[in-house]
Design a protein around this ligand. Structure first.
Ligand code: GLA
Length: 420
């Protein structure tokens, strides 16, 4: 299994690379994590509920303010560099794909009336790219923090900048970057958890009001294991947008009988059952999945909460219930929402065949990417061996398995060398 770098290591790596490339120290490093969603998939853009955690994999940007309006970027992990002027932003056609997120952040911050400074920056991280763990949200969140920090008037470790923008606004801005600069009509989950994640706690988020609650996981002898299929379907973005459109279509049709609704979140299962036959077959399946998934998140959160106030015996029952809901969630994503794929299904089937695996499901948008599994510590070795061997046998690819430490959200770290 892959172990991850400590906070000091991850920040110092970016800092050291900055110094090597630019010849003098960076001022700070903005660091934002990827995420894994435990349950509540494809519910965020339906105004529903999600339950993600931030993982100990981060995108780090070591940076320094420039006195002019240029932005000089070195993206170490894709071995590419790019420079542009904030005074006349290039179009995305002219710029490499990875830089679109930074261009998007700069463009939207400027459009909101903020005067931002030029920067020198080195970008590096360990969130696997395109694996469904939100590497792009981690990039736009760290980019936004970088621009805001570099542009604050008093840049010193004694008075850390307080960005004149709150987390809700920041998450919405980064979501807009995905819509306008990456062509994905995503919801608000990934950006929010990247900003608000907390060590050992999951985030129960209402994606309509953005009200949230941090829930201690207290998994004790269990671990969150992430399995990366190492495949990504080309159609992922267009299929994602199609799913969103199908849900909106369902709401439009159902409004005839349920005039008060504005999203699938507003429909109870009982009401849905009354009117589901009015929907075209495909729309019906998509809507059913989302409505059931919203209910599952509420049940899963309540199972975890019960766990903390019960005896040891009861404790396990609640976790088993949580795992069962994860399994059912995967089945819905596979059969009704149709965003799973052979590789994800194989990984969940293999995981579920092992005693000590409490729950297993695909996580994120789907069409490749990762599964998330709750595994008892005594089953970890079997899990690793069986999943790796069988997946390789059937797919011809070695999957990656990460043991995930539930971690803190985005932060800015000062480089002490810069003030000495
Ligand atoms: C992607 C999107 C999120 C969410 C998930 C599916 O990660 O960015 O907004 O819709 O897919 O739950």
């Amino acid at each position: 299994m892959i172990t991850t770098r400590t906070v000091e290591n991850r920040v110092s790596f970016a800092t050291q690379k900055f110094k090597e490339i630019f010849g003098s120290p960076s001022t700070f490093t903005a660091s934002a994590p990827g995420r894994v969603n435990l349950i509540g998939e494809h519910t965020d853009y339906n105004d529903g509920y999600v339950f993600p955690v931030a993982i100990d994999k981060y995108l780090n940007i070591a940076a320094r303010q420039r006195s002019d309006r240029y932005v000089t970027l070195h993206a170490l992990d894709v071995k590419d560099s790019y420079e542009f002027s904030l005074s006349s932003l290039p179009s995305t056609e002219q710029a490499p794909a990875w830089s679109h997120y930074l261009l998007g952040v700069a463009s939207l911050l400027q459009a909101s009336g903020k005067r931002i400074s030029g920067i020198d920056a080195v970008i590096t991280g360990d969130v696997p790219i395109g694996a469904g763990l939100s590497s792009s949200a981690a990039l736009s969140v760290s980019a936004a923090l970088t621009f805001l920090t570099a542009s604050s008037e008093d840049l010193s470790p004694e008075s850390p900048p307080k960005p004149e923008i709150d987390n809700k606004e920041l998450a919405a801005l980064c979501q807009q970057v995905e819509h306008e600069f990456a062509g994905v009509n995503c919801g608000i989950m990934d950006q929010t958890i990247s900003l608000l994640g907390r060590e050992d706690q999951a985030l129960f988020l209402d994606c309509r009001s953005l009200e949230h609650e941090h829930i201690p996981l207290n998994l004790k002898a269990h671990h969150i294991a992430i399995c990366n299929t190492k495949v990504k379907r080309e159609l992922a973005a267009s299929e994602y947008n199609k799913r969103r459109a199908e849900c909106e279509r369902g709401v439009d049709i159902l409004k005839q009988w349920l005039p008060g609704i504005s999203a699938l979140r507003d429909i109870s299962l009982t009401d849905f059952k009354k009117y589901e036959d009015e929907l075209p077959a495909l729309t019906q399946k998509r809507c059913r999945y989302v409505i059931e998934e919203n209910t599952r998140v509420l049940e899963a959160v309540s199972a975890l909460k019960t766990r903390h106030s019960q005896t040891a015996e009861k404790t396990d029952e609640s976790l088993i219930q949580f795992g069962r809901l994860m399994d059912v969630s995967h089945n819905g994503l596979r059969d009704d929402y149709e965003v799973s794929c052979t590789e994800l299904d194989l990984l969940t089937d293999l995981a579920r065949s092992i005693e000590g695996v409490i729950g297993s499901r695909m996580t994120g948008a789907g069409f490749g990417g990762c599964t998330v599994n709750i595994v008892h510590e005594d089953a970890l070795e079997t899990f690793r061996t069986l999943v790796t061997t069988e997946y390789y046998k059937q797919i011809g690819i070695e999957p990656e398995i990460y043991l995930c430490n539930v971690s803190d959200g985005a932060q800015v770290f000062w480089n002490s060398e810069s003030s000495s």
